[in-house]
Design a protein around this ligand. Structure first.
Ligand code: ZN
Length: 261
């Protein structure tokens, strides 16, 4: 599933390859894929004759600015990928369903030079919207400061993992990344967020940065040390303890009962 690292790769592809090309046609065959009142007719009117000026990102939301000043919002959902001129961003082996089936093209544009941009999404859980409300999202995980994290955690009694995954508080962290972050920080995912002491908050903050940097270099959110060890009967890569598998914040969660306290 795309997490912030995969979304960042898709954003970088758009920024490198899709800017400054005039849009002459819009492909929006799936009205259900358009969200927040957007219709195929409206998205066509908003994009035709425009070009993209910048590709930004807030958490897992991609924002592509248009010459008109509007912004196209792209959500990759559970299986979405961005293709520019038929080239996808990132590792083609990451998703099982990677064959280029045009039926999975949920949205796209054709540029005046004949090239294309498509959002391919086998599971159809992504979405396209116009001028998305960016403020419904918390600070981007890449920019999260220690002071912000301290405030966010102090305000909630929910499990720390659930708070880290809440996109309205911190934008971009998904299930795999949160498990890896808390494993690196040595914090039990089920602990109440407001129960963490300042040293633990600092460890979580450092782990957010380290995890994004290290896994980003390795090639994606699936490359974590804990992620590689997930599964029943498997062991903590740090101390060899059998991993604990629970549901925390509604999601399957792996953690180490020995060094995560
Ligand atoms: Zn351990």
């Amino acid at each position: 599933m795309p997490e912030i690292l995969e979304v960042e790769t898709a954003r970088a592809l758009l920024d490198a390859r899709a800017l400054g090309r005039e849009i002459v046609d819009v492909y929006a065959p799936d009205a259900w894929f358009l969200k927040r009142g957007l219709t195929p007719r409206a998205v066509r009117a908003a994009l035709k004759g425009q070009s993209f000026t910048k590709a930004r990102r807030r958490g897992k939301l991609i924002l592509v600015d248009l010459t008109s000043g509007a912004a196209l919002g792209l959500h990759l959902g559970m299986s979405g990928r961005v293709l520019v001129d038929d080239e996808a961003a990132g590792d083609p082996l990451l998703y099982a369903s990677n064959k280029p089936d045009p039926a999975w093209h949920r949205f796209g544009v054709t540029f005046a030079d004949g090239g294309t941009m498509f959002l391919r999404d086998p599971r159809r859980l992504g979405a396209v919207e116009l001028d998305p409300d960016e403020d419904r999202l918390g600070p981007d995980a890449f920019d999260l400061t220690l002071a912000q994290l301290r405030t966010i955690l102090a305000r909630s009694r929910a499990p720390v993992k659930a708070v880290l995954m809440d996109q309205s508080r911190i934008a971009g962290l998904g299930n795999l990344l949160c498990d890896e972050i808390l494993w690196r920080a040595g914090v039990d995912p089920a602990r109440a967020a407001d129960d963490l002491d300042d040293d633990e908050v600092k460890r979580v903050h450092r782990a957010v940065r380290d995890t994004l940097r290290i896994l980003g270099k390795r090639g994606g959110s699936h490359t974590g040390d804990l992620t590689s060890a997930r599964g029943p009967g498997l062991h903590c890569p740090k101390d060899g303890a059998p991993l604990l598998r629970r549901t925390v914040g509604g999601r399957t969660t792996f953690s180490c009962p020995v060094h995560q306290r």
